[in-house]
Design a protein around this ligand. Structure first.
Ligand SMILES: Nc1ncnc2c1ncn2[C@@H]1O[C@H](COP(=O)(O)OP(=O)(O)O)[C@@H](O)[C@H]1O
Ligand SMILES: [Mg+2]
Length: 503
Protein backbone atom coordinates (compact mmCIF):
# COMPACT_ATOMS: atom_id res chain seq x y z
CA UNK A 1 0.00 0.00 0.00
CA UNK A 2 2.73 2.46 0.97
CA UNK A 3 4.51 1.15 -2.05
CA UNK A 4 1.46 1.88 -4.22
CA UNK A 5 0.97 5.41 -2.93
CA UNK A 6 4.59 6.36 -3.42
CA UNK A 7 4.61 4.88 -6.95
CA UNK A 8 1.56 6.95 -7.91
CA UNK A 9 2.73 10.08 -6.11
CA UNK A 10 6.03 10.10 -7.91
CA UNK A 11 4.54 9.13 -11.29
CA UNK A 12 2.01 11.97 -11.16
CA UNK A 13 4.03 14.83 -9.73
CA UNK A 14 4.93 17.09 -12.62
CA UNK A 15 7.01 20.24 -12.90
CA UNK A 16 4.70 21.95 -15.36
CA UNK A 17 1.01 22.72 -15.04
CA UNK A 18 -1.48 19.85 -14.96
CA UNK A 19 -5.14 19.16 -14.33
CA UNK A 20 -6.48 16.95 -11.56
CA UNK A 21 -8.39 13.88 -12.69
CA UNK A 22 -9.12 12.27 -9.32
CA UNK A 23 -7.52 10.13 -6.64
CA UNK A 24 -5.94 6.71 -7.12
CA UNK A 25 -7.74 3.52 -5.98
CA UNK A 26 -6.37 0.18 -4.85
CA UNK A 27 -8.39 -2.96 -4.09
CA UNK A 28 -11.47 -0.95 -5.11
CA UNK A 29 -10.94 1.55 -2.29
CA UNK A 30 -9.92 5.18 -2.78
CA UNK A 31 -6.45 5.96 -1.52
CA UNK A 32 -7.13 9.33 0.03
CA UNK A 33 -5.31 12.29 -1.46
CA UNK A 34 -3.26 10.42 -4.08
CA UNK A 35 -3.78 12.73 -7.06
CA UNK A 36 -3.89 11.41 -10.61
CA UNK A 37 -3.14 14.19 -13.04
CA UNK A 38 -2.89 14.92 -16.74
CA UNK A 39 -0.05 17.26 -17.69
CA UNK A 40 -1.29 20.27 -19.65
CA UNK A 41 1.35 19.80 -22.34
CA UNK A 42 -0.08 16.34 -23.12
CA UNK A 43 -3.66 17.49 -23.65
CA UNK A 44 -3.00 17.87 -27.38
CA UNK A 45 -2.01 14.20 -27.63
CA UNK A 46 -5.70 13.35 -27.92
CA UNK A 47 -7.67 10.82 -25.93
CA UNK A 48 -10.43 8.30 -25.50
CA UNK A 49 -13.23 8.24 -22.95
CA UNK A 50 -14.97 4.87 -23.07
CA UNK A 51 -17.46 2.92 -20.99
CA UNK A 52 -20.99 1.58 -20.75
CA UNK A 53 -23.99 3.90 -20.49
CA UNK A 54 -24.36 5.46 -17.06
CA UNK A 55 -20.78 4.86 -15.92
CA UNK A 56 -19.84 8.56 -15.88
CA UNK A 57 -18.36 9.42 -19.28
CA UNK A 58 -20.25 12.66 -19.66
CA UNK A 59 -19.32 13.78 -16.14
CA UNK A 60 -15.70 13.04 -16.96
CA UNK A 61 -15.98 15.36 -19.95
CA UNK A 62 -17.68 17.98 -17.79
CA UNK A 63 -14.95 17.97 -15.16
CA UNK A 64 -12.24 17.91 -17.83
CA UNK A 65 -13.80 20.90 -19.59
CA UNK A 66 -14.11 22.87 -16.35
CA UNK A 67 -10.47 22.22 -15.44
CA UNK A 68 -9.21 23.26 -18.86
CA UNK A 69 -11.29 26.43 -18.92
CA UNK A 70 -9.87 27.33 -15.53
CA UNK A 71 -6.37 27.05 -16.99
CA UNK A 72 -7.30 29.37 -19.84
CA UNK A 73 -7.71 26.60 -22.42
CA UNK A 74 -10.76 26.78 -24.65
CA UNK A 75 -13.05 23.82 -25.02
CA UNK A 76 -15.40 22.64 -27.74
CA UNK A 77 -18.05 20.12 -26.75
CA UNK A 78 -20.10 18.15 -29.27
CA UNK A 79 -23.18 17.69 -27.14
CA UNK A 80 -25.26 14.98 -28.78
CA UNK A 81 -27.53 14.17 -25.88
CA UNK A 82 -27.85 17.75 -24.72
CA UNK A 83 -26.64 16.97 -21.19
CA UNK A 84 -23.56 19.21 -21.04
CA UNK A 85 -25.14 22.65 -21.02
CA UNK A 86 -25.32 22.60 -17.20
CA UNK A 87 -21.71 23.71 -17.24
CA UNK A 88 -23.00 27.28 -17.59
CA UNK A 89 -24.56 27.18 -14.11
CA UNK A 90 -23.12 26.35 -10.67
CA UNK A 91 -23.61 22.86 -9.27
CA UNK A 92 -25.50 22.02 -6.09
CA UNK A 93 -23.73 19.96 -3.46
CA UNK A 94 -25.13 16.67 -2.17
CA UNK A 95 -23.87 14.01 0.28
CA UNK A 96 -22.51 11.84 -2.55
CA UNK A 97 -20.38 14.65 -3.86
CA UNK A 98 -19.17 15.53 -0.34
CA UNK A 99 -18.16 11.92 0.22
CA UNK A 100 -16.33 11.81 -3.11
CA UNK A 101 -14.51 15.06 -2.47
CA UNK A 102 -13.44 13.95 1.01
CA UNK A 103 -11.63 11.01 -0.57
CA UNK A 104 -10.07 12.98 -3.39
CA UNK A 105 -8.93 15.86 -1.18
CA UNK A 106 -9.24 19.59 -1.74
CA UNK A 107 -12.48 21.49 -1.58
CA UNK A 108 -15.56 21.60 -3.77
CA UNK A 109 -16.79 25.07 -4.63
CA UNK A 110 -19.80 25.37 -6.94
CA UNK A 111 -18.99 27.50 -9.93
CA UNK A 112 -20.12 28.33 -13.44
CA UNK A 113 -18.08 28.74 -16.60
CA UNK A 114 -18.27 30.99 -19.66
CA UNK A 115 -20.34 29.14 -22.24
CA UNK A 116 -21.25 29.83 -25.86
CA UNK A 117 -24.09 27.73 -27.24
CA UNK A 118 -23.78 26.86 -30.91
CA UNK A 119 -25.79 24.91 -33.43
CA UNK A 120 -25.51 23.59 -36.96
CA UNK A 121 -29.23 23.09 -37.26
CA UNK A 122 -32.33 24.72 -35.95
CA UNK A 123 -31.35 24.52 -32.28
CA UNK A 124 -30.82 27.53 -30.07
CA UNK A 125 -27.43 29.13 -30.31
CA UNK A 126 -24.90 30.74 -32.57
CA UNK A 127 -25.29 29.29 -36.05
CA UNK A 128 -22.20 27.62 -37.44
CA UNK A 129 -22.01 27.81 -41.19
CA UNK A 130 -19.50 27.45 -43.99
CA UNK A 131 -19.70 28.42 -47.63
CA UNK A 132 -19.53 25.87 -50.42
CA UNK A 133 -16.47 27.78 -51.69
CA UNK A 134 -14.66 27.18 -48.41
CA UNK A 135 -15.45 23.51 -48.63
CA UNK A 136 -13.64 23.25 -51.93
CA UNK A 137 -14.17 20.68 -54.69
CA UNK A 138 -12.42 17.75 -53.02
CA UNK A 139 -14.21 17.83 -49.72
CA UNK A 140 -17.55 18.52 -51.34
CA UNK A 141 -17.03 15.52 -53.63
CA UNK A 142 -16.11 13.36 -50.68
CA UNK A 143 -19.26 14.23 -48.78
CA UNK A 144 -21.36 13.62 -51.83
CA UNK A 145 -19.51 10.34 -52.36
CA UNK A 146 -18.80 11.09 -55.99
CA UNK A 147 -16.63 8.93 -58.22
CA UNK A 148 -13.52 10.29 -59.94
CA UNK A 149 -15.39 11.33 -63.04
CA UNK A 150 -18.04 13.20 -61.04
CA UNK A 151 -15.38 14.74 -58.84
CA UNK A 152 -13.71 15.99 -62.02
CA UNK A 153 -16.95 17.74 -62.94
CA UNK A 154 -17.15 19.38 -59.52
CA UNK A 155 -13.58 20.61 -59.87
CA UNK A 156 -14.44 22.06 -63.28
CA UNK A 157 -17.36 23.92 -61.76
CA UNK A 158 -15.24 25.36 -58.96
CA UNK A 159 -12.57 26.47 -61.40
CA UNK A 160 -15.17 28.04 -63.65
CA UNK A 161 -16.71 29.96 -60.78
CA UNK A 162 -13.30 30.90 -59.47
CA UNK A 163 -12.18 32.34 -62.80
CA UNK A 164 -15.41 34.23 -63.22
CA UNK A 165 -15.42 35.42 -59.62
CA UNK A 166 -18.76 33.85 -58.90
CA UNK A 167 -18.95 33.08 -55.20
CA UNK A 168 -20.44 29.71 -54.30
CA UNK A 169 -22.01 30.42 -50.97
CA UNK A 170 -24.76 27.88 -50.59
CA UNK A 171 -26.14 24.77 -52.27
CA UNK A 172 -28.52 26.90 -54.27
CA UNK A 173 -25.53 28.56 -55.94
CA UNK A 174 -23.93 25.28 -56.78
CA UNK A 175 -27.12 23.89 -58.22
CA UNK A 176 -27.67 26.96 -60.36
CA UNK A 177 -24.17 26.75 -61.85
CA UNK A 178 -24.69 23.07 -62.51
CA UNK A 179 -27.94 23.84 -64.28
CA UNK A 180 -26.38 26.69 -66.22
CA UNK A 181 -23.43 24.78 -67.61
CA UNK A 182 -25.59 21.93 -68.83
CA UNK A 183 -28.03 24.28 -70.53
CA UNK A 184 -27.47 27.75 -71.98
CA UNK A 185 -23.95 27.93 -70.56
CA UNK A 186 -22.69 24.82 -72.36
CA UNK A 187 -20.34 26.90 -74.49
CA UNK A 188 -18.92 28.77 -71.51
CA UNK A 189 -17.71 25.66 -69.77
CA UNK A 190 -16.09 24.11 -72.85
CA UNK A 191 -12.60 25.44 -72.25
CA UNK A 192 -12.64 23.83 -68.79
CA UNK A 193 -13.84 20.39 -69.74
CA UNK A 194 -17.12 18.68 -70.38
CA UNK A 195 -19.78 17.93 -67.85
CA UNK A 196 -22.24 15.47 -69.27
CA UNK A 197 -25.94 15.73 -68.54
CA UNK A 198 -25.80 12.32 -66.88
CA UNK A 199 -22.97 13.36 -64.54
CA UNK A 200 -24.73 16.61 -63.71
CA UNK A 201 -27.86 14.58 -62.98
CA UNK A 202 -26.06 12.38 -60.48
CA UNK A 203 -24.47 15.34 -58.72
CA UNK A 204 -27.83 17.09 -58.60
CA UNK A 205 -29.39 14.03 -56.98
CA UNK A 206 -26.61 13.75 -54.39
CA UNK A 207 -26.99 17.42 -53.56
CA UNK A 208 -30.65 16.81 -52.94
CA UNK A 209 -29.79 13.97 -50.58
CA UNK A 210 -27.45 16.22 -48.62
CA UNK A 211 -30.13 18.90 -48.44
CA UNK A 212 -32.56 16.35 -47.06
CA UNK A 213 -30.07 15.66 -44.26
CA UNK A 214 -30.03 19.35 -43.46
CA UNK A 215 -26.84 20.17 -45.34
CA UNK A 216 -28.46 23.24 -46.83
CA UNK A 217 -28.80 24.77 -43.38
CA UNK A 218 -25.12 24.30 -42.80
CA UNK A 219 -23.93 25.86 -46.06
CA UNK A 220 -24.03 29.61 -46.40
CA UNK A 221 -23.02 32.81 -44.68
CA UNK A 222 -21.84 34.16 -42.40
CA UNK A 223 -19.13 31.56 -42.32
CA UNK A 224 -17.74 30.81 -38.91
CA UNK A 225 -14.31 32.10 -37.92
CA UNK A 226 -12.76 29.31 -35.86
CA UNK A 227 -10.67 31.85 -33.96
CA UNK A 228 -13.90 32.74 -32.19
CA UNK A 229 -13.61 29.39 -30.41
CA UNK A 230 -10.56 30.69 -28.57
CA UNK A 231 -12.16 33.52 -26.63
CA UNK A 232 -11.52 34.02 -22.92
CA UNK A 233 -13.64 35.74 -20.31
CA UNK A 234 -12.46 38.69 -18.23
CA UNK A 235 -10.89 36.30 -15.71
CA UNK A 236 -8.80 34.63 -18.38
CA UNK A 237 -10.90 31.47 -18.40
CA UNK A 238 -11.31 29.73 -21.73
CA UNK A 239 -14.79 29.69 -23.25
CA UNK A 240 -16.57 26.37 -23.29
CA UNK A 241 -18.25 26.23 -26.68
CA UNK A 242 -21.10 23.77 -26.73
CA UNK A 243 -22.39 22.63 -30.09
CA UNK A 244 -25.87 21.28 -29.55
CA UNK A 245 -26.38 18.32 -31.81
CA UNK A 246 -29.43 16.68 -30.26
CA UNK A 247 -31.19 16.48 -33.60
CA UNK A 248 -28.30 15.01 -35.53
CA UNK A 249 -28.33 11.40 -34.36
CA UNK A 250 -30.16 10.25 -37.47
CA UNK A 251 -27.97 12.33 -39.77
CA UNK A 252 -24.56 10.71 -39.45
CA UNK A 253 -23.32 11.95 -42.80
CA UNK A 254 -23.98 15.53 -41.89
CA UNK A 255 -22.21 15.03 -38.57
CA UNK A 256 -19.06 13.54 -40.04
CA UNK A 257 -18.99 16.15 -42.79
CA UNK A 258 -19.34 18.90 -40.28
CA UNK A 259 -16.62 17.49 -38.02
CA UNK A 260 -14.19 17.09 -40.88
CA UNK A 261 -14.88 20.58 -42.18
CA UNK A 262 -14.44 22.09 -38.73
CA UNK A 263 -11.20 20.25 -38.04
CA UNK A 264 -9.83 21.15 -41.45
CA UNK A 265 -10.71 24.79 -40.91
CA UNK A 266 -9.05 24.76 -37.49
CA UNK A 267 -5.99 23.11 -38.97
CA UNK A 268 -5.81 25.72 -41.70
CA UNK A 269 -6.36 28.72 -39.44
CA UNK A 270 -4.31 28.00 -36.33
CA UNK A 271 -0.58 28.66 -36.35
CA UNK A 272 1.95 25.88 -35.85
CA UNK A 273 2.99 25.68 -32.17
CA UNK A 274 5.12 22.60 -31.90
CA UNK A 275 4.38 19.62 -29.73
CA UNK A 276 5.33 20.88 -26.33
CA UNK A 277 3.29 23.98 -25.64
CA UNK A 278 0.14 24.22 -23.57
CA UNK A 279 -2.95 23.41 -25.64
CA UNK A 280 -5.12 26.06 -27.26
CA UNK A 281 -8.29 24.05 -27.34
CA UNK A 282 -9.61 20.60 -26.50
CA UNK A 283 -12.46 19.12 -28.53
CA UNK A 284 -14.71 16.47 -27.01
CA UNK A 285 -16.89 14.38 -29.27
CA UNK A 286 -19.61 12.56 -27.36
CA UNK A 287 -21.20 9.53 -29.06
CA UNK A 288 -18.22 9.49 -31.40
CA UNK A 289 -19.26 6.25 -33.09
CA UNK A 290 -21.73 8.38 -35.06
CA UNK A 291 -18.87 9.96 -36.97
CA UNK A 292 -17.35 6.67 -37.93
CA UNK A 293 -20.32 4.39 -38.50
CA UNK A 294 -21.37 5.80 -41.82
CA UNK A 295 -18.20 7.48 -42.99
CA UNK A 296 -16.79 6.38 -46.32
CA UNK A 297 -13.23 5.10 -46.53
CA UNK A 298 -12.15 8.36 -48.17
CA UNK A 299 -13.68 10.47 -45.41
CA UNK A 300 -12.06 8.22 -42.80
CA UNK A 301 -8.65 8.66 -44.35
CA UNK A 302 -9.08 12.42 -44.25
CA UNK A 303 -10.23 12.35 -40.65
CA UNK A 304 -7.30 10.22 -39.64
CA UNK A 305 -4.92 12.58 -41.35
CA UNK A 306 -6.38 15.71 -39.75
CA UNK A 307 -6.25 14.12 -36.32
CA UNK A 308 -2.60 13.32 -36.79
CA UNK A 309 -1.67 16.78 -38.05
CA UNK A 310 -3.80 18.95 -35.81
CA UNK A 311 -1.85 18.03 -32.68
CA UNK A 312 0.97 20.43 -33.50
CA UNK A 313 -1.56 23.27 -33.66
CA UNK A 314 -2.28 22.87 -29.97
CA UNK A 315 -5.54 21.01 -30.49
CA UNK A 316 -6.48 17.90 -28.51
CA UNK A 317 -9.38 15.71 -29.66
CA UNK A 318 -11.20 13.39 -27.25
CA UNK A 319 -13.52 10.69 -28.50
CA UNK A 320 -16.22 9.50 -26.16
CA UNK A 321 -17.89 6.19 -26.90
CA UNK A 322 -19.17 2.98 -25.32
CA UNK A 323 -16.54 0.53 -26.54
CA UNK A 324 -13.11 1.46 -27.88
CA UNK A 325 -13.70 -0.74 -30.95
CA UNK A 326 -16.27 1.86 -32.11
CA UNK A 327 -13.23 3.90 -33.11
CA UNK A 328 -11.14 2.73 -36.08
CA UNK A 329 -7.75 1.32 -35.19
CA UNK A 330 -5.91 4.00 -37.19
CA UNK A 331 -7.48 6.70 -35.00
CA UNK A 332 -7.31 4.71 -31.77
CA UNK A 333 -3.57 4.32 -32.08
CA UNK A 334 -3.16 8.09 -32.07
CA UNK A 335 -4.90 8.64 -28.75
CA UNK A 336 -2.46 9.38 -25.93
CA UNK A 337 -4.81 9.43 -22.92
CA UNK A 338 -7.35 6.75 -22.12
CA UNK A 339 -10.16 7.01 -19.61
CA UNK A 340 -11.78 3.59 -19.46
CA UNK A 341 -14.99 3.51 -17.43
CA UNK A 342 -16.68 0.23 -16.55
CA UNK A 343 -17.74 -2.08 -19.37
CA UNK A 344 -20.60 -4.53 -19.18
CA UNK A 345 -20.20 -8.17 -20.16
CA UNK A 346 -23.61 -9.22 -21.47
CA UNK A 347 -22.66 -11.07 -24.63
CA UNK A 348 -19.75 -13.09 -25.97
CA UNK A 349 -18.88 -10.08 -28.09
CA UNK A 350 -18.75 -7.88 -24.99
CA UNK A 351 -16.35 -10.32 -23.34
CA UNK A 352 -14.15 -10.29 -26.41
CA UNK A 353 -14.13 -6.48 -26.35
CA UNK A 354 -13.21 -6.43 -22.67
CA UNK A 355 -10.36 -8.86 -23.16
CA UNK A 356 -9.01 -6.78 -25.99
CA UNK A 357 -9.23 -3.56 -23.99
CA UNK A 358 -7.44 -5.17 -21.05
CA UNK A 359 -4.68 -6.49 -23.30
CA UNK A 360 -4.12 -3.05 -24.76
CA UNK A 361 -3.36 -1.50 -21.40
CA UNK A 362 0.14 -1.41 -19.96
CA UNK A 363 1.18 -4.20 -17.58
CA UNK A 364 0.39 -3.47 -13.96
CA UNK A 365 1.33 -5.22 -10.73
CA UNK A 366 -1.48 -3.55 -8.80
CA UNK A 367 -4.58 -4.58 -10.72
CA UNK A 368 -6.24 -7.50 -12.47
CA UNK A 369 -7.24 -5.30 -15.37
CA UNK A 370 -9.75 -7.55 -17.15
CA UNK A 371 -11.92 -8.23 -14.12
CA UNK A 372 -11.59 -4.71 -12.78
CA UNK A 373 -12.95 -3.29 -16.05
CA UNK A 374 -16.33 -4.89 -15.37
CA UNK A 375 -16.32 -4.22 -11.62
CA UNK A 376 -15.53 -0.51 -11.39
CA UNK A 377 -18.15 1.79 -9.86
CA UNK A 378 -19.81 4.82 -11.40
CA UNK A 379 -17.51 7.81 -11.75
CA UNK A 380 -14.42 5.60 -11.66
CA UNK A 381 -12.08 4.80 -14.52
CA UNK A 382 -8.87 3.04 -15.47
CA UNK A 383 -6.64 5.91 -16.46
CA UNK A 384 -3.69 5.68 -18.77
CA UNK A 385 -2.10 9.02 -19.64
CA UNK A 386 1.26 10.30 -20.81
CA UNK A 387 3.53 11.98 -18.31
CA UNK A 388 4.91 15.40 -19.16
CA UNK A 389 7.80 13.85 -21.09
CA UNK A 390 5.37 11.88 -23.23
CA UNK A 391 6.07 8.52 -21.58
CA UNK A 392 3.04 6.45 -20.47
CA UNK A 393 2.34 6.89 -16.74
CA UNK A 394 1.34 3.73 -14.82
CA UNK A 395 -2.20 2.50 -15.35
CA UNK A 396 -4.26 3.63 -12.39
CA UNK A 397 -7.79 2.90 -11.19
CA UNK A 398 -9.11 6.36 -10.32
CA UNK A 399 -12.00 7.85 -8.37
CA UNK A 400 -12.88 10.78 -10.62
CA UNK A 401 -13.38 14.35 -9.47
CA UNK A 402 -16.98 15.54 -9.61
CA UNK A 403 -17.98 18.52 -11.76
CA UNK A 404 -18.49 21.80 -9.88
CA UNK A 405 -21.17 22.87 -12.33
CA UNK A 406 -24.74 21.66 -12.59
CA UNK A 407 -25.02 17.96 -13.43
CA UNK A 408 -28.22 18.54 -15.36
CA UNK A 409 -29.48 20.41 -18.38
CA UNK A 410 -30.36 24.11 -18.60
CA UNK A 411 -33.94 25.27 -18.82
CA UNK A 412 -35.10 26.85 -22.08
CA UNK A 413 -35.06 30.21 -20.37
CA UNK A 414 -31.47 29.74 -19.23
CA UNK A 415 -30.47 28.77 -22.76
CA UNK A 416 -32.12 31.91 -24.13
CA UNK A 417 -30.25 34.00 -21.59
CA UNK A 418 -26.91 32.62 -22.74
CA UNK A 419 -27.65 33.15 -26.41
CA UNK A 420 -29.01 36.66 -25.82
CA UNK A 421 -26.02 37.67 -23.74
CA UNK A 422 -23.51 36.37 -26.24
CA UNK A 423 -21.32 39.07 -27.72
CA UNK A 424 -20.90 37.25 -31.04
CA UNK A 425 -24.05 35.16 -31.64
CA UNK A 426 -26.03 38.03 -33.15
CA UNK A 427 -23.60 38.73 -35.96
CA UNK A 428 -23.56 35.07 -36.95
CA UNK A 429 -27.30 34.58 -36.76
CA UNK A 430 -28.26 37.37 -39.14
CA UNK A 431 -29.64 36.01 -42.38
CA UNK A 432 -27.47 37.06 -45.28
CA UNK A 433 -28.18 36.10 -48.84
CA UNK A 434 -25.48 38.00 -50.59
CA UNK A 435 -25.16 38.19 -54.30
CA UNK A 436 -23.52 35.00 -55.40
CA UNK A 437 -23.47 32.58 -58.31
CA UNK A 438 -27.22 32.07 -58.16
CA UNK A 439 -28.11 35.73 -58.49
CA UNK A 440 -25.36 36.41 -60.98
CA UNK A 441 -26.57 33.74 -63.35
CA UNK A 442 -30.23 34.56 -62.86
CA UNK A 443 -29.49 38.21 -63.58
CA UNK A 444 -27.70 37.28 -66.72
CA UNK A 445 -30.64 35.42 -68.07
CA UNK A 446 -33.20 38.08 -67.31
CA UNK A 447 -31.29 41.33 -67.14
CA UNK A 448 -34.38 43.51 -67.08
CA UNK A 449 -36.62 41.64 -64.71
CA UNK A 450 -33.91 40.82 -62.19
CA UNK A 451 -34.43 42.59 -58.88
CA UNK A 452 -31.85 45.18 -57.96
CA UNK A 453 -29.37 43.33 -55.78
CA UNK A 454 -28.27 44.33 -52.33
CA UNK A 455 -24.53 44.45 -52.61
CA UNK A 456 -23.83 44.54 -56.32
CA UNK A 457 -24.93 47.52 -58.37
CA UNK A 458 -26.73 46.80 -61.56
CA UNK A 459 -24.51 47.70 -64.51
CA UNK A 460 -25.53 51.11 -65.77
CA UNK A 461 -25.55 50.13 -69.41
CA UNK A 462 -27.24 47.19 -70.94
CA UNK A 463 -24.99 44.19 -71.06
CA UNK A 464 -24.30 42.90 -74.53
CA UNK A 465 -26.31 43.44 -77.69
CA UNK A 466 -27.71 39.95 -77.35
CA UNK A 467 -29.84 40.85 -74.39
CA UNK A 468 -27.27 40.01 -71.73
CA UNK A 469 -26.28 36.55 -72.82
CA UNK A 470 -22.60 37.44 -72.95
CA UNK A 471 -21.58 36.00 -69.63
CA UNK A 472 -18.00 37.19 -69.63
CA UNK A 473 -19.03 40.83 -70.03
CA UNK A 474 -21.72 40.49 -67.45
CA UNK A 475 -19.40 38.89 -64.97
CA UNK A 476 -16.68 41.44 -65.63
CA UNK A 477 -19.19 44.15 -64.69
CA UNK A 478 -20.37 42.47 -61.56
CA UNK A 479 -16.90 41.57 -60.33
CA UNK A 480 -15.82 45.22 -60.29
CA UNK A 481 -17.81 45.39 -57.11
CA UNK A 482 -15.51 45.32 -54.07
CA UNK A 483 -17.70 42.91 -52.13
CA UNK A 484 -17.56 40.35 -54.89
CA UNK A 485 -13.81 40.84 -55.20
CA UNK A 486 -13.39 40.12 -51.54
CA UNK A 487 -15.45 36.95 -51.71
CA UNK A 488 -13.47 35.87 -54.74
CA UNK A 489 -10.29 36.24 -52.78
CA UNK A 490 -11.71 34.14 -49.97
CA UNK A 491 -12.58 31.62 -52.59
CA UNK A 492 -9.00 31.08 -53.55
CA UNK A 493 -7.44 31.30 -50.13
CA UNK A 494 -6.67 27.65 -49.91
CA UNK A 495 -10.09 26.04 -49.83
CA UNK A 496 -8.58 23.46 -47.56
CA UNK A 497 -6.42 22.77 -50.56
CA UNK A 498 -3.32 22.73 -48.41
CA UNK A 499 -4.77 19.85 -46.53
CA UNK A 500 -6.73 17.98 -49.14
CA UNK A 501 -5.13 19.03 -52.36
CA UNK A 502 -1.89 17.19 -51.81
CA UNK A 503 -3.32 13.74 -51.80
N1 LIG B 1 -17.26 12.10 -11.61
C1 LIG B 1 -18.49 12.00 -11.07
N2 LIG B 1 -18.80 12.66 -9.94
C2 LIG B 1 -20.03 12.59 -9.42
N3 LIG B 1 -21.04 11.88 -9.93
C3 LIG B 1 -20.80 11.18 -11.05
C4 LIG B 1 -19.52 11.21 -11.69
N4 LIG B 1 -19.59 10.43 -12.78
C5 LIG B 1 -20.83 9.94 -12.83
N5 LIG B 1 -21.59 10.38 -11.81
C6 LIG B 1 -23.02 10.04 -11.58
O1 LIG B 1 -23.42 9.06 -12.54
C7 LIG B 1 -24.46 9.53 -13.39
C8 LIG B 1 -24.25 9.07 -14.82
O2 LIG B 1 -23.10 9.67 -15.36
P1 LIG B 1 -22.96 10.08 -16.88
O3 LIG B 1 -21.72 10.87 -17.00
O4 LIG B 1 -24.19 10.73 -17.38
O5 LIG B 1 -22.80 8.66 -17.58
P2 LIG B 1 -22.56 8.28 -19.12
O6 LIG B 1 -22.24 9.54 -19.87
O7 LIG B 1 -21.42 7.32 -19.12
O8 LIG B 1 -23.82 7.65 -19.59
C9 LIG B 1 -24.43 11.04 -13.21
O9 LIG B 1 -25.70 11.61 -13.40
C10 LIG B 1 -23.92 11.23 -11.80
O10 LIG B 1 -24.96 11.16 -10.87
MG1 LIG C 1 -23.18 10.37 -21.58
Amino acid sequence: MADFKSTIDSAFSFQGDSILIGTAMLNKEAVVNTPVRLPLNMVSRHGLIAGATGTGKTKTIQHFAESLSEKGVSVLLMDIKGDLSGIARPGVSNPKIDERVAKIGGEWKPKQFPVELMSISGEKGLRLRATVSEFGPLLLSKILELNDNQQGAVTVIFKFCDDHQMPLLDIKDFREVLRFITNEGKENIKEYGTVSTATAGVIMRKLLELEQQGGDIFFGEKSFDVNDLLRKDSNGQGFINIIRLCDIQDKPKLFSTFMLCLLAEIYKSFPEMGDKAAPKIAIFIDEAHLIFNDASKALMDQLEQVIRLIRSKGVGIYFCTQVPSDIPESVLSQLGSKFQHAMRAFTANDRKDIKLVAQNYPETEFYKTDSLITEMGIGEAMISVLNEKGIPAPLVHTLLSPPVTRMDILTTQEQDEIVNNSSIARSYNEEIDRNSAYEMLKNKIQPDSAPPVKTVEKPSKKVGEDGGLDISKRIAEVSKNPVVKQVARELTRGLMGMLFGKR
